[in-house]
Design a protein around this ligand. Structure first.
Ligand code: L34
Length: 293
């Protein structure tokens, strides 16, 4: 069993990005600038955005964090988005999700200029992704593809079972793995909460992408010997003995599943850091106008 070290891989890619930033500087061009909008006090979102800002600093990007209170109106968020769209110094920006319930996430996402949508959440980027056109790939699926590629994991002809159909992970992952491309060419089964006998599908998988948001949902008896298991879940479960009062648990029952796997990602230190690094890669693309020319 090989543990896919997302933290270490992410550090390696950040060094590569930092080297690119040095080249950009040396040629007298503007360094990449990422802005992040964080609304409200969701503690997990605060951690994720902090990791994004720190990673920008690490690679030499400029970053701007726009923190707003939970009671901000939808109109005010839209105004902020328009400002960021129009700000020539900013190459790309994200609005961290989830947003408070009174704000329509769809409306906010649609307001983002696709050219600055480094999350790849705007329908223009989602459509381009589905057609295999140049686009910003959503960061989590992008990070997963990068892990598969860098660990030399063959995907062509494999049966991938995606568990969960969210807009930001399950759905794009199923499309990307099935595409005719380097880390694609899989036969994909997309399973979800209404799937009948989901474990039977999981047992047939060469590659499992667990992104259903239920702690330790994937048990040992749901995994075939030699399978590749990518755990996208980051669930906070109460743990009074831990300093923070909680621990992070994936969507995979790691201790049961790991011994059966050829490759598996841990939580934390797996997909999470790769999500952050992929956002940096998208911002670099934005800075270079690689997607929209
Ligand atoms: N707009 N909203 C927008 N873009 C995104 O790409 C995200 N996502 C998801 C939630 N909402 C979003 C993230 O940023 C999930 N996500 C994310 C980012 C970073 C990490 C996990 C999820 C991460 O850094 N995880 C670390 C430690 C987490 C911790 O200590 O709590 C890990 O090792 O998994």
């Amino acid at each position: 069993m090989t543990l896919i070290d997302g933290k270490a891989l992410s550090a390696t890619i950040k060094e590569e990005i930092a080297a690119e930033v040095e080249k950009i500087k040396a040629s007298g061009n503007k360094v990449p600038h990422l802005a992040a909008v964080l609304v409200g006090e969701d503690p997990a979102s605060a951690v994720y955005v902090r990791n994004k800002v720190r990673s920008c600093e690490k690679v030499g990007f400029k970053s701007t964090l726009l923190k707003r209170p939970a009671d901000i109106t939808e109109e005010e968020v839209l105004e902020l988005v328009h400002k960021l769209n129009d700000d020539d110094d900013i190459d790309g920006f994200i609005v961290q999700l989830p947003l408070p319930k009174h704000i329509n996430e769809e409306r906010i996402t649609l307001a983002i200029d696709p050219r600055k949508d480094v999350d790849g959440f705007h329908p223009v980027n989602v459509g381009r992704m589905a057609l295999g056109l140049p686009c910003y790939l959503p960061a989590t699926p992008f990070g997963i593809l990068t892990m598969l590629e860098r660990y030399g994991i063959e995907t062509s002809g494999k049966h991938a079972v995606v568990i969960g159909r969210s807009n930001i992970v399950g759905t794009p992952m199923s499309i990307l793995l099935s595409r005719k491309s380097k880390t694609g060419n899989c036969t994909v089964t997309l399973t979800h909460s209404r799937t009948k006998d989901l474990p039977a599908f999981a047992r047939e998988a060469d590659i499992i992408i667990a992104a259903i948001g239920i702690p330790e949902f994937v048990k040992g008896d749901m995994v075939k010997e030699g399978a590749v298991v990518i755990d996208v879940g980051i669930n906070r479960v109460e743990a009074p003995d831990r300093p923070r009062g909680y621990k992070l648990v994936g969507d995979v029952a790691f201790d049961e599943v790991a011994p059966k796997c050829s490759f598996i990602t841990p939580v934390p230190g797996g997909v999470g850091p790769m999500t952050v690094t992929s956002l940096l890669l998208n911002t670099l693309k934005a800075n270079r106008n690689e997607v929209y020319r």
